[in-house]
Design a protein around this ligand. Structure first.
Ligand code: ADP
Ligand code: ZN
Ligand code: ZN
Length: 739
């Protein structure tokens, strides 16, 4: 008896395994044989699910009689090419995450729900055979029809698109009449993209020596990771554009990942301005239909450049030529919940398999990347000069000790703002806290306004007035009386962007103050409108959070003020100082990008702090070297590899108990040693969040392979244990945020 075909199917379930099904009966000789990457519909318990076939085989660990047949095969050919399937499998193993959920992250919703994997078709008209031959003079008594026939004959064999009708002033009645005479047919076809012979819309710039050297180092046909390390404005984007140009010339595609598209429409604009080639942008505002369309266009080679955020790393490409990650240090490249992957690290794996170059760009590279570049694993391409005419800004510290402050602003800072505004410049004020004030305190009894669901204080908001927890979203009306002592002396403590906005507006009534934070940019085009308004160039003050640090070009900003540099220096997260340094330089990079020189003023109570001093006097490389020395001494990443097991529960004991069990199993498998160390279980830095108590167990190892050899059986045993079903828990490989 012939052995039946069996499919191993990845299903969207939290179980860390695949499921075997028998191939269906409906094998038709014309349908190509099943291959990994096709979708199937199967019964799973009492549900019907759509899964991806990951293996076609002829044996199973299960009794063949017990296997169910698949209900339906959805695709003739794979939706997921072998290469992306392999990437998903690699990610599932490395991040110890269920393959079905990994694939759910990789495939657009519409396809996961079973829609056909076909590009959308558009309505158009084309001449029929008799229409091609019909002499136009036959229609001379119906001039509109005659003109239309002549047009179509000129166009032929190109179709006339429905979307062009209004544009070209064509009468629907004439169309209808020609169709009734059998001279033309309605058709539905997939438009093919326009690719004019000229690749470029505008000439590329003449590169300076450093840019040219960087570009020359990127060998097109082989895998290498490159770190393009250059201050803001040093011309990194121009290097990306020219690297892409070479890729397109060879008929290949470029995949570009950027942190947040909504915030930086300018970046996408520069790509469109440069190339006369179809571009797909995968941003978070796409609906399911548009996302599927863009994904399929990339997969079928209908677009040449794909620009997207984190999850775009899984986009199938017909002819991949290069992957570029701009602002590679940005935290958004690491997913912080569910499937906790790093798009940057997956990009390296993918490019290696594809044998194409990876280009990581940043003015402030992540320490991991910087370390790889320093140690020669990555090629280091450095741009030290600002391109064009811009000069680097001067940076000065303002020592806050013993200074009188007006709502967090020192007199020298206010004086400097005044000077710059009167000289026609724009001032950017950076403060990484939205809302009016971080908390409300009773002046008489010291009561602080806590969130009832979290170990956190409620933030005071003024527009509209309310109290808001930024961790669980709990909101309540503003109060005017202390709930413990009934005093009316409630004070807002500390500064948020709203408060700084109103102080500055009072102080500089003749200049507009524009606030940029998540609250002020909620509306769809708010950010775009702000950028346009600022770029009109009139003197103004911009007050905002890190949203201001990301990639905008504000050519008229001459002064950047950093209100508080100190937060990151006392952070409980070992990456706090690294993040502070990156953010400060990114913000500082907004100053003086055009002709006028820029200035950066940084307020701090810790002006003598060695890290701050190094950053300001010697720049990011020296700062990063110093941090690396500290990490080496403390045996932290990138010198060790880390995994964080997290558990959370309504009852603190449950989360703790589960991780206690995890540690016992782990120590049994692999006792603690200098090579492999355990820390915890310990309460998370914010133990209670959103009514749940959170604990964590940290495992670190000097050898990555050893860590994964431990994790595999550890997680398998935990999965089997009844405790693990009662408590929510997760695995975070290479965690970026220790909270
Ligand atoms: P980055 O991406 O590093 O911030 P950009 O590529 O945006 O830098 O360059 C900053 C500015 O310098 C842009 O206005 C850009 O057009 C200009 N520029 C870049 N490279 C050159 C060059 N080789 N010659 C002249 N201007 C350049
Ligand atoms: Zn009180
Ligand atoms: Zn809360």
């Amino acid at each position: 008896m012939p052995v039946p075909e069996i499919y191993a199917v990845a299903l969207p379930t939290p179980l860390r395994k695949t499921f075997d099904y028998l191939a269906g009966e409906d094998c038709h000789p014309e349908i190509p044989p099943a291959e990994p990457g096709i979708r199937v519909e199967v019964r799973f318990g009492n549900q019907t699910l759509i899964g991806i076939v990951v293996e076609v085989k002829h044996s199973s660990d299960w009794d063949l009689d017990k296997l169910k047949p698949v209900q339906r095969r959805l695709d003739e050919t794979p939706v997921l090419p072998a290469e992306v399937l392999q990437l998903c499998r690699w990610a599932a193993t490395y991040y110890h995450h269920p393959l079905g959920e990994v694939m759910a992250a990789a495939i657009p919703t519409a396809l996961r729900q079973g829609e056909a994997a076909q590009l959308e078709q558009e309505k158009a008209w084309q001449l029929s055979a008799s229409g091609v031959d019909c002499p136009a003079t036959e229609l001379k008594r119906a001039p509109k029809q005659q003109a239309l026939l002549q047009r179509l004959q000129q166009l032929h064999p190109e179709p006339l698109w429905h979307r062009d009708l209004a544009l070209q002033d064509i009468s629907p009645a004439a169309l209808k009449a020609l169709a009734e005479k059998g001279l033309l047919d309605t058709i539905a076809i997939t438009p093919s993209p326009e690719r004019p012979p000229q690749l470029l819309r505008e000439a590329s710039l003449v590169l300076n020596d450093q840019q040219a050297e960087a570009l020359a180092t990127i060998a097109p046909n082989e895998f290498n990771c490159h770190l393009l390390y250059g201050t803001t404005g040093s011309g990194k984007t121009e290097v990306y554009l020219q690297a892409i140009e070479r890729v397109l010339e060879r008929g290949r595609q470029a995949l570009v990942l950027i942190p947040e598209i909504g915030l930086t429409p300018q970046t996408v604009g520069r790509f469109r301005q440069r190339f006369q080639r179809p571009i797909a942008v995968l941003h978070s505002n796409l609906n399911d239909r548009e996302r599927k369309q863009a994904w399929l266009q990339a997969s079928q080679g209908e677009v040449d450049i794909i620009i997207g955020t984190r999850s775009a790393i899984f986009t199938p490409l017909k002819a991949p030529g290069i992957v570029i990650l701009d602002e590679e240090h940005d935290l958004s490249f690491k997913q912080q919940e569910g499937f906790r992957y790093s798009a940057r690290d997956l990009a390296a794996i993918r490019c290696q398999k594809l044998e194409i170059p990876l280009l990581l760009g940043s003015a402030t590279p992540a320490l991991e990347t910087y370390f790889n570049a320093r140690s020669g694993r990555y090629r280091l391409l450095t741009l030290t000069r600002r391109a064009g005419n811009a000069r680097p800004p001067t940076v000065e510290l303002i020592d806050l000790r013993r200074q009188a402050l007006q709502e967090g602003l020192s007199q020298p800072l206010l004086d400097s703002m005044e000077q710059h505004l009167h000289a026609g410049g724009q001032v950017l004020v950076f403060l990484n806290r939205r809302g009016f004030a971080p908390t409300l305190m009773c002046h008489d009894c010291g009561w602080l306004c806590q969130c009832r669901h979290c170990d956190a204080r409620l933030t005071v908001h003024q527009y509209p007035a309310h109290l808001h927890c930024h961790h669980c979203d709990y909101q309540r009306p503003l109060i005017s009386q202390c709930p413990t002592c009934n005093s009316r002396e409630l004070h807002c403590v500390g500064q948020g962007t709203e408060r700084t906005e109103s102080v500055l507006q009072e102080r500089f009534p003749d200049f507009p103050v524009i606030r940029v934070d998540r609250d002020s940019t909620r509306q769809k085009h708010a950010m775009r409108d702000i950028v346009e308004r600022v770029n009109e160039g009139n003197p103004c003050l911009l007050v905002g959070t890190q949203m201001l640090a990301k990639g905008h070009h504000f050519p008229n900003v001459t002064l950047v003020a950093i209100i508080d540099a100190d937060g990151g220096l006392f952070s409980t997260d070992f990456r706090g100082p690294e993040r502070m340094g990156q953010l400060m330089l990114q913000v500082a990079g907004r100053a003086g990008r055009a002709e006028r020189p820029g200035k950066v003023l940084i307020q701090s109570h810790l002006c003598d702090h060695p890290l701050l001093q190094t950053l300001i006097r010697q720049g990011y490389s020296a700062f990063a070297d110093q941090l690396l020395r500290e990490r080496h001494l403390a045996q932290l990443p990138p010198f060790r590899h880390m995994v964080l097991l997290r558990a959370e529960s309504k009852r603190s004991e449950n989360a703790h108990e589960l991780l206690q069990l995890a540690r016992q199993i782990a120590e049994h498998l692999c006792p603690s040693s200098p090579e492999l160390q355990y820390l915890g279980p310990l309460p998370a830095p914010m133990e209670k969040r959103n009514q749940r108590f959170r604990h964590q167990l940290q495992i670190s190892a000097s050898n990555r392979a050893q860590l994964h050899r431990l994790l595999q059986p550890l997680i398998a045993q935990l999965d089997q244990h009844p405790l693990s079903r009662r408590t929510r828990w997760s695995v975070d490989v290479d965690p970026q945020d220790m909270a």
